[in-house]
Design a protein around this ligand. Sequence first.
Ligand SMILES: NC(=O)c1ccc[n+]([C@@H]2O[C@H](COP(=O)([O-])OP(=O)(O)OC[C@H]3O[C@@H](n4cnc5c(N)ncnc54)[C@H](O)[C@@H]3O)[C@@H](O)[C@H]2O)c1
Ligand SMILES: O=c1ccn([C@@H]2O[C@H](COP(=O)(O)OP(=O)(O)O[C@H]3O[C@H](CO)[C@@H](O)[C@H](O)[C@H]3O)[C@@H](O)[C@H]2O)c(=O)[nH]1
Length: 426
Amino acid sequence: MDVCVIGAGYVGLTTSTVLANYGHQVYCVDKQKDRVEMLRNGKVPIYEPGLEEMLVKNSKKGQLIFTTDLKTAVSKSDVIFIAVGTPQDMDGRTDLRFFEGVINELAPLIKTYKIVITKSTVPLGTNEELEQKLLEQGVLKENVDVVSNPEFLREGTAIHDMLYPDKIVIGMKEQRTIQVLQKLYHFIDAPYIITSLSGAEMIKYASNAFLAVKISFINELAKIADAYEVDITDVALGIGMDPRIGHHFLQAGLGYGGSCLPKDLSSLEHQSIKKNIAPHLLQAAQTVNDSIIDHYLNKLKTEVPDYQKKKITVWGATFKPNTDDLRHSQALKLINRLVDEGSNVHLYDPIVSLKIDNTSTYQDMFDSVKDTDILIVATEWKQFIDADWKKVSAQMRGKIVLDCRNCLQPYTLRKNGLLYLGVARP
Ligand SMILES: NC(=O)c1ccc[n+]([C@@H]2O[C@H](COP(=O)([O-])OP(=O)(O)OC[C@H]3O[C@@H](n4cnc5c(N)ncnc54)[C@H](O)[C@@H]3O)[C@@H](O)[C@H]2O)c1
Ligand SMILES: O=c1ccn([C@@H]2O[C@H](COP(=O)(O)OP(=O)(O)O[C@H]3O[C@H](CO)[C@@H](O)[C@H](O)[C@H]3O)[C@@H](O)[C@H]2O)c(=O)[nH]1
């Protein structure tokens, strides 16, 4: 099929590349000229393992075309994906500026039958409004079907997640769209969940809200476990064995961040309040998440009361490993907090080279710990987990390692003369 994907970010690029790889002719449109130019030259503006290779292969074949020319892309396509950002505004609601911008640009271009598929995460009712707005702006009813097809990929494993999803969610009004979506996703073997437009929108928010609640649950338990000197990783393992609970998303640590969980939870809270329903649980999840950095720093303070006067190295800045995404990163919040407190901060991240006032950034993880008093592991990159701790210990001046992701082995660190510090890791 001929497909137009609007937005060349994490979702748009993954969708475009995978669809092209499985035989579709894809036109990926972005309004940022430099981004499109870069993509045409085979350079991917984001760090996503495996993406560049597949993207270049399909661009070379002409199967995947990057453009700023929406008009031509729409005229050549049967289906149009919207994959632009839907960030949160100052109040925590969804900012639909980019999404609405797309509707206004699309409306005059739809002259023959098209299926418009929303991949972006949008509040309940947005796809109904999308259809209304297209019709109000002159699109003929017989020329458009709107489908809500939310995306569940995770950054760092985006290609895998698109190829092997646990389900494909389709919100639609016209049955005829289902066959088209099945043809589009012919290479994916997953159950279809067919629902209304808002049903699909809600499944997306409900998934991310549930994940956020689950993480905050284990993080609250970690505080209790810490007070009773219980190892939270044992508790997570124990409760996770119950298939009704499951092992996923029970890794206690610095809390959740990223471009989705915080903003989607916040958006759902607002959508709930709009209908006079108090979102107690959703708010509690956010409150717990907001309290975690303090909890870790208090832990550090019990060991080093004047830690602000020490030289501190932080490993990891991104919101999780295997991504360059810094949006709502808890690690970055921790770094900024240390800087605000006046600490002498040294940074190392395997992918991102940060420029933050009053910090020093290193290109080598071992150089970054030279003569440092305290090492804080803020993101669980594999190279930190597998670090040569003997070498780290030899480089450091002090001996304290604060593990904010429960990703290190206390025994290994102690064996190498380091003092392991964590929450609920006695
Ligand atoms: N990042 C994820 O892991 C992920 C996963 C699932 C769902 N989502 C959702 O998917 C949507 C996209 O997220 P993302 O992280 O890929 O966003 P992103 O910010 O990485 O990329 C969005 C792209 O859209 C482009 N854009 C904006 N307006 C445009 C327009 N009018 N025409 C053409 N291009 C335009 C921007 O230039 C940008 O390149 C969001 O709603 C997000 O919540 C994201
Ligand atoms: O046990 C866990 C699991 C995750 N996290 C943190 O939670 C955040 C989110 O992690 P993850 O869900 O893996 O990252 P995303 O790439 O943001 O993916 C989420 O957000 C996407 C955008 O909506 C969805 O598509 C995915 O299904 C959903 O998992 C990160 O800060 C993680 O460090 C924990 O603290 N403990």
